[in-house]
Design a protein around this ligand. Structure first.
Ligand SMILES: [Zn+2]
Length: 374
């Protein structure tokens, strides 16, 4: 599966798509209400296919609802079902069930095989209207789904999921393995003797973000000025996240070119939050790992995660001696057993590499999926 994203040209006609998204939001809220009532009455979870057939019948009677395709309506039920399944599985970890959403903030609707048609080079027909998009790349392979997405800025994007028929890229093997430790000031410390500093542009744009957000909150609610300030803020946010993900992609390609196996600690986002505060969401380690896994898979490289309870900082990488405690402020420490002087981050990254290497050799490769524990 491959996801391609195209921007729709802004046009008066786009209001029909935005309206469809709004209608999808209304239907979504209707479904949530049905779920809640069903549970209240019967104490059971409302079955997805029953909901789908009920909603489909209802749609036939409501002209307003017919502004979204029948497949998009099915998809809404499936989205809710997915969210409930996630809730049933992980409610102990604090995952909440799906809830009502503001229609204004509802983002997208999805079509499967029907309800749209590609015409010519860059034209797309949805319903009886034709929209144009900026064709930044070819759409190859069979189209699985087509999603129309609205950003907070009010722009529309078309997201196409296609069957990825392209094979793996040529594997260039380096025979090298490396361990990495995430940090605040240095983004990554590598066991092979180099580190990657957090890009400074993030810090700069953060200051301007703060300023924009202050401006926004000072404006009178519902005023024109507030809307302008909101758009300004949203643009800034998008700019930061675009620059960050660009940097992530480049870094991921760089690292997978250098190494065959890359070992990381399983992220414990909650714990990191407690330790470091808000900053960690700015660094978006989770997003980086997702990108790295994707690039790694393409190039036939391996991303290995070690147990999050392994004391990577407290263990001496020379002799294996484990300290009882190590304060966060201590950057260097001398091992009482072998007298080696350890830099905190480098030591941790070497340990991560060693544990990761042994994990693979045992043939017990814990693959990437549950990389982020919430
Ligand atoms: Zn030691």
């Amino acid at each position: 599966m491959k996801t391609l994203k195209f921007k729709l040209y802004s046009h008066k006609r786009n209001k029909y798509l935005k309206r469809s998204i709004n209608v999808a939001g209304v239907i979504y809220n209707h479904c949530i209400a049905l779920h809640k009532r069903y549970y209240r009455l019967f104490g059971k979870h409302l079955n997805c296919s029953r909901l789908q057939s009920h909603i489909a019948k209802l749609r036939k009677r409501k002209a307003f609802w017919q502004q979204v395709g029948s497949q998009a309506v099915q998809d809404i039920c499936q989205r809710i079902e997915k969210a409930y399944q996630l809730f049933f599985k992980h409610h102990k970890k604090g995952v909440r069930p799906p809830n009502f959403k503001k229609v204004k903030k509802y983002k997208s609707f999805t079509l499967k095989q029907a309800g749209y048609k590609f015409l010519g080079v860059n034209r797309l027909k949805i319903g009886d209207k034709i929209y144009q998009f900026w064709k930044s790349r070819e759409i190859e392979g069979a189209i699985k789904t087509l999603t129309i997405k609205r950003t907070p800025l009010g722009e529309l994007f078309m997201v196409v999921v296609v069957d990825d028929c392209s094979e793996l890229q040529i594997r260039s093997t380096t025979g090298k393995i490396a361990g990495f430790d995430f940090g605040l000031k240095t983004f990554l410390t590598c066991s092979e003797g180099f580190d990657i500093a957090s890009p400074s542009f993030l810090k700069q744009s953060l200051t301007s973000l703060k300023k924009a957000s202050r401006h926004h909150s000072k404006k009178v609610k519902g005023s024109n000025n507030r809307e302008q300030a909101r758009l300004n803020l949203v643009r800034k946010y998008e700019d930061v996240s675009n620059r960050r993900s660009d940097w992530f992609w480049k870094l991921a390609h760089d690292l997978t070119d250098k190494f065959d196996v890359l070992c990381f600690e399983t992220l414990n986002l909650k714990g990191m939050h407690r330790l470091w505060g808000r900053k960690i969401s700015d660094l978006a380690f989770g997003e980086f790992l997702q990108i790295l896994e994707w690039v790694g898979k393409k190039k036939g490289k391996q991303v290995v995660y070690i147990d999050r309870w392994y004391p990577s900082s407290k263990t001496c990488s020379c002799c294996g001696h484990i300290l009882e405690s190590l304060d966060l402020s201590v950057r260097r420490w001398r091992c009482p057993s072998c007298q080696a002087e350890n830099d905190r981050d480098i030591n941790a990254s070497i340990n991560i590499k060693m544990v990761g290497a042994s994990t693979i050799r045992l043939g017990d490769v814990r693959q990437a999926l549950p990389a982020i524990s919430v």
